[in-house]
Design a protein around this ligand. Structure first.
Ligand SMILES: *Cc1c(COP(=O)(O)O)cnc(C)c1O
Length: 403
């Protein structure tokens, strides 16, 4: 095998495979649509008008480029040089809008006027509803009824944006059930409908397409750190749910083999299956929701329930490129518990004046482990994937504070 870095540059192969991960495990009826998306997406890469439109919207609507903020007090605390990539400052409060706008523009190219999406906590649903309102596309979002109950404000936000939110009452009534329902809709309405998937996972070409739309994070960070420090960082740190904010940060540094990638997975409240969403600690090879990857499953191959304090990291599988990066040791993945993430949230709030999303708080909560693995004064970039406004009520509840 070639060195991991040169190999992963050429990946995925024509079948969307990163080694044994990725691919397309979907009903036959979806293959023509996936082929159509693959071809149209490949064209957009060379389409100057498309690229211009995408970047103008990122700049004038999303508010990019997001800053790279020097974290002075955090740096002193850990004796590392720490910079924060501020995806929390994007319109709608997280990185997900980058991908939602990219895919909504692609849907227009494909002549599809109807959009569907899945959402867990509602962040991807809100980002997609926002992009659809902006571009005048009809939008329906599937959401588990348990998630709807927990995330009332996001349900209302989507409705304000003109999106139809459809509750899913099957299974555990959470994200994986919403994905199943969205796939079912897509099979039925594939002629008229584009499915905007929210992370770097699912059947090919989604993992590549979402990665590329999110790579704006890493491209900006690379230019910004070179300007600020005159050199590349030693380590990049990001939380990993499906894997889109992390791969978006990592990917533009793939050829820089001295830059280490560290992903923070949800360690939840314990090491037993069902108590966390750390796919690389408790998971094994499997096929789930359109792709092959690491999956949290029992001995019979049944996907198990997961737990995380942050809804955005609470998923039983992980994007295929991360599985490949992990196996080839190009990236390392740490588990960060609910308690460590909450400590990370408090720490960033108190030392830097930034309340991160609970997802992003896992990247901050990984710092004690990152410090063990790096030399003094190592140069770090931590991705703050989203802001914590959405989580304030939940944090208060967890800490027994009545609001
Ligand atoms: C959804 C979400 C995540 C997790 O998704 P990835 O695809 O792994 O990036 C992380 N942070 C925030 C703020 C999110 O909303």
């Amino acid at each position: 095998m070639a060195s991991s870095s040169s190999a992963s540059r050429a990946l995925p192969d024509a079948h969307g495979r990163f080694g044994r991960y990725g691919g397309r495990y979907v009903p036959e009826t979806l293959i023509p649509a996936l082929d159509e998306i693959t071809a149209a997406y490949a064209k957009t890469k060379k389409d100057k008008a498309f690229q211009k439109r995408f970047h103008v919207l990122l700049r004038t609507f999303v508010g990019r480029p997001t800053p790279l903020t020097w974290a002075d007090r955090l740096s002193k605390k850990y004796a590392r040089r720490i910079w924060l990539k501020r995806e929390d400052l994007n319109h709608t409060g997280a990185h997900k809008i980058n991908n939602a706008i990219g895919q909504a523009l692609l849907a227009q190219k494909l002549g599809k006027q109807r959009i569907i999406a899945e959402t867990g906590a509602g962040q991807h649903g809100v980002a997609t509803a926002t992009a659809c309102a902006l571009l005048g596309l009809k939008c329906r979002v599937y959401m588990g009824t348990e998630d709807m109950r927990r995330q009332q404000p996001n349900v209302f936000r989507m409705r304000l944006l003109g999106t139809e939110v459809v509750g899913v009452d099957s299974g555990t009534r959470t994200l994986k059930d919403a994905v199943n329902e969205a796939l079912r809709d897509w099979v039925t309405n594939v002629e008229s409908t584009h499915y905007i998937l929210g992370s770097a996972l699912g059947p090919h070409p989604y993992p590549v397409m979402v990665r590329d739309f999110q790579s704006v994070i890493g491209k900006e960070a690379r230019a910004q750190i070179l300007k600020a420090e005159g050199r590349l960082p030693d380590v990049l740190v990001a939380c990993v749910g499906g894997g889109s904010n992390s791969i978006g940060l990592f990917h533009p540094f793939m050829k820089d083999t001295k830059v280490r990638f560290i992903g923070a997975e949800a360690g939840g409240r314990g090491a037993e299956l069902g108590e966390h969403a750390a796919r690389f600690s408790g998971g094994s090879f499997g096929v789930f929701q359109g792709m092959a990857s690491y999956v949290l499953q029992d001995g019979d191959g049944q996907v198990v329930g997961t737990h995380s304090v942050s809804a955005g990291l609470d998923y039983a599988s992980i994007g295929p490129e991360h599985a490949w990066l992990r196996d080839t040791k190009r990236a390392e993945y740490l588990r960060v518990s609910d308690a460590q993430a909450l400590a990370g949230l408090h720490l960033l709030a108190e030392t830097e004046g930034i309340i991160p999303a609970l997802e992003s708080a896992h990247a901050i909560g990984a710092l004690p482990q990152v410090v063990e693995r790096t030399r003094k004064n190592a140069l770090l970039i931590i991705n703050v994937s989203g802001r914590g406004d959405k989580d304030v009520a939940e944090v208060a509840r967890l800490e027994g504070v009545a609001l």
